[in-house]
Design a protein around this ligand. Structure first.
Ligand code: 3HC
Ligand code: NAI
Length: 697
């Protein structure tokens, strides 16, 4: 018997325990252990019921994702769960934490399921580019019906134990001790003379419903909402087999479709995204025993767009937060804004009134720095102006207690200069939130030249507490994300000057999977923001670095994006739907003429290369300079902060998948054609010539 799965008889009940930290994933040892334990319990004449329970924080959280892409080892999970279901003695899965993917499939093969009230269950395989491959697509519809099964499997979103209980996925909810609850349920089954109850034998939920229509509707929804994704349509095909084929054939069909997904490039990219998101939180040169400072209260300076969102993040995490503003009026407005934003969630039904009040009770407004004397951490989010930041940090230095962490949300200013406004630069760190701060998951944690280890460790920990994906970055203009996006924005504008239209460029990038095209994005954030950066660069950069001129021309014509109803697109009053801007072609033609560019049609492939390779080349420079600690951290930043499609794995993973020799060769061509910006990054050149990848670093 394996160590990770043990079997113990307690009277007439066989207790099978899984103990495979951190999440009881179904690696080969667990699969073997489960198979052998269930077999042994079946063979023991004294055993009348079997209880499956897990150690640690969670029930089985799924297949072991690390095994994907490696040669399969027997027994496979489908065989294990089929054996469990075929057993003659009633088996009970006792769920706590999360029963996800293969974990829920194991539970569905048990004859009964009970769950602790705070547990969650789900089939999230689609998020890894897969489908449930151990009977989930055949057994879940037999329990909840095709409609709900399609929803759960195609979205991958888990449901609460309470909902699972209402749907019949679990038979009973409990509080408290897992084993006691499992044994009590088993004893009752024995007393009632209840035996095996096999989900696979059920057909009641599959009957009397137009399942074919449900499948057609889901297919249409996927075509609209997730075009280009490989696994969702295959999830539907697998569920379809649950009502068109007998169980054994349905399971076979599921297996075939699972195999197709397993070998798809999207699966590899999504698994990369899963692991690298977790890896990003690990700072390589930070000793494991670095102490973390306690953060029980926070302050935010500036209650504007970012400040209010940041304050809400703290309140959401149960941390009291004070917003400091320049006047009573600005202070009250900030508080009102926080309440209004929560109010919108209440309207949408995602937050209760009671939760709103609870969170607002944690948010207070102040105007006096003396009121920050007791807080553990401060985030500055005032205007992006070094003079203003200087005054704020001097005031913080004078008023905050020793040991308080002083952070800045600056998106482009020099954090080291900001730190030196204080007498404690070791306590200063950058916390670069993204807008809207209460929604966006990314947090760039900017490590200054003097930031101490424990401040960095605390900043990373606080990121996790705020449910952010915290990624450490170094100090440079724009850090990682904005420094790269500048290259992308510039190239996309050059493409307009060379002959493309905003709709074409946005269309190409949307088809690639970006959440938004660069021009729809510019219209949303306002052209003036990009223009200010452009103008600053025009003053500081050497003239060999050409810059597009259309932003300035558009701003002169009053086209600032959605806020003026006109930008790269026009917007009818009250609408966010982008329509063609009839005045734009004349502006583009004037810009082309001014730059001496002959406008010509550009292919979609060329557009994609120009935009993506601009990101990749800058990413390589960032890596070489040590601004990001790993190529995969750049991927995490792009996926979580810039709408980069996770099924493409992030820009650096995408570069690896194309082949760095090819990327390098194209960049050399662009360098020749378009000049200085395209000088290939030395690291890219080196890796390409050595036949290596970013992932090899
Ligand atoms: N396989 C291998 N490792 C896993 C894993 C899995 N299924 N799930 C989590 N881990 C690892 C993480 O990489 C992390 O490792 P690290 O400490 O070395 O970085 C560690 O477990 C802890 O994970 P989290 O940091 O994510 O811990 P949380 O407590 O925040 O979340 C969780 C726990 C909700 C279980 C989350 O880890 C999760 O969602 N896991 C993935 C679940 C999933 O997708 N399951 C389906 C797998 S596919 C499948 O089952 C196919 C089947 O149908 C055949
Ligand atoms: P904003 O203009 O919306 O808000 C700034 C707020 O700071 C205003 O409410 C103002 O009254 C207040 N303020 C100004 N001086 C102050 C002072 N001395 N003391 C107290 N309050 C003061 O600006 P926004 O967009 O919130 O940006 C704030 C910071 O966040 C900037 O550094 C910006 O670069 C950064 N940032 C902005 C992002 C965005 O998308 N808006 C994204 C990420 C970072």
């Amino acid at each position: 018997m394996s160590d990770v799965v043990t079997l113990e008889r307690q009277g007439p009940i066989a207790v099978i325990r899984v103990n495979n930290p951190p999440v009881n994933a179904l690696g080969i040892a667990v699969r073997e252990g489960l198979q052998n334990s269930f077999k042994a319990a079946e063979a023991d004449a004294e055993v009348k019921a079997i209880v499956l329970v897990c150690e640690g924080n969670t029930f089985i959280a799924g297949a072991d994702i690390k095994e994907f892409g490696k040669p399969p080892k027997s027994p496979g999970l489908p065989e294990v769960v089929n054996d469990i279901e075929a057993g003659s003695k009633p088996s009970i899965a006792v769920i706590h934490g999360t029963a996800l993917g293969g974990g829920l499939e194991v539970a569905l093969s048990c004859h009964y399921r009970i769950a602790r009230k705070d547990a969650k269950v789900g089939l999230p395989e689609v998020k890894l580019g897969l489908l449930p491959g151990a009977g989930g697509t055949q057994r879940l519809p037999r329990v909840v019906g095709v409609e709900k099964a399609l929803d759960m499997i195609v979205s991958g979103a888990p449901i609460s134990a309470v909902e699972a209980n209402e749907l019949g996925v679990v038979d009973e909810l409990f509080d408290g001790d897992l084993l006691a609850a499992g044994k009590a349920f088993a004893e009752q089954l024995i007393a009632d003379g209840k035996g095996a109850r096999r989900t696979g034998e059920r057909t009641d939920k599959l009957e009397g419903v137009d399942n074919a229509a449900l499948v057609a509707a889901k297919r249409a929804e996927i075509d609209k909402k997730m075009p280009g994704l490989f696994s969702p349509q295959r999830c539907v095909s697998a569920v379809e087999a649950s009502f068109t084929l007998p169980l054994a054939d349905g399971l076979k069909r599921e297996r075939e479709l699972f195999g197709e997904c397993l070998t798809s490039p999207q699966r590899a990219a999504l698994v990369h995204a899963f692991f690298t998101e977790r890896l990003a939180s690990k700072v390589d040169d930070l000793p494991k025993d670095t102490p973390v400072r306690e953060v029980k209260s926070a302050g935010v300076i500036g209650g504007g767009t970012m400040g209010v969102g940041i304050a809400m993040c703290f309140a959401n995490a149960g941390i009291p937060v004070k917003i400091l503003e320049i006047s009573d009026e600005a202070r009250d407005k900030a508080i009102e804004r926080a309440r209004d934003t929560y109010g919108m969630s209440v309207k949408r039904g995602s937050l209760s009134e009671a939760a709103l009040e609870k969170r607002m009770a944690l948010v207070s407004g102040i105007t006096d720095y003396a009121d920050l004397s007791d807080v553990d951490l401060v985030v500055e989010a005032v205007f992006e102006d070094m003079g203003v930041k200087q005054k704020v940090f001097e005031a913080l230095d004078a008023n905050c207690k020793p040991g308080a962490i002083l952070s800045s949300n600056t998106s482009s200013l020099d954090l080291n200069e900001i730190a030196n406004f204080t007498k404690r630069p070791e306590d200063v760190v950058g916390l670069h939130f993204f807008s809207p701060a209460n929604v966006m998951r990314l947090l760039e944690v900017v490590r200054g030249a003097k930031t101490s280890n424990d401040v960095l460790a605390t900043a990373m920990a606080i990121g996790k507490k705020l449910k952010k994906v915290a990624v450490p970055v170094g100090v440079c203009d724009g850090f990682v994300g904005n420094r790269m996006v500048f290259q992308y924005g510039r190239e996309s504008e050059f493409l307009l000057e060379e002959g493309a239209t905003p709709a074409q460029v946005d269309g190409v990038l949307k088809k690639f999977g970006m959440a938004m095209g660069p021009f729809a994005m510019r219209d949303l954030s306002g052209l003036d923001i990009g223009l200010a950066i452009r103008n600053r660069q025009r003053e500081t950069l050497s003239p060999e670095y050409k810059l597009p001129t259309i932003l300035g021309k558009m701003a002169d014509a009053g086209m600032l994006g959605q806020k003026t109803g006109k930008g790269f697109y026009v917007y009818e009053k009250g609408s966010r739907t982008p329509l063609e801007n009839p005045e734009l072609p004349a502006i583009l033609e004037a810009a082309s003429k001014e730059q001496g560019i002959q406008r010509q049609p550009l292919s979609d492939e060329y557009i994609l290369e120009r935009c993506m390779y601009a990101l990749i080349n800058e990413g390589a420079k960032i890596l070489e300079e040590g601004i990001a600690q790993r190529a995969s951290d750049i991927d995490v930043i792009y996926i979580n902060g810039y709408g980069f499609p996770s099924h493409q794995g992030g820009p650096m993973f995408y570069a690896d998948s194309i082949g760095l020799d090819r990327v390098y060769a194209r960049i050399c061509e662009f360098h020749e054609q378009h000049g200085a910006w395209w000088k290939p990054a030395p690291l890219l050149e080196k890796l390409a010539k050595e036949g290596r990848k970013f992932a090899d670093l």
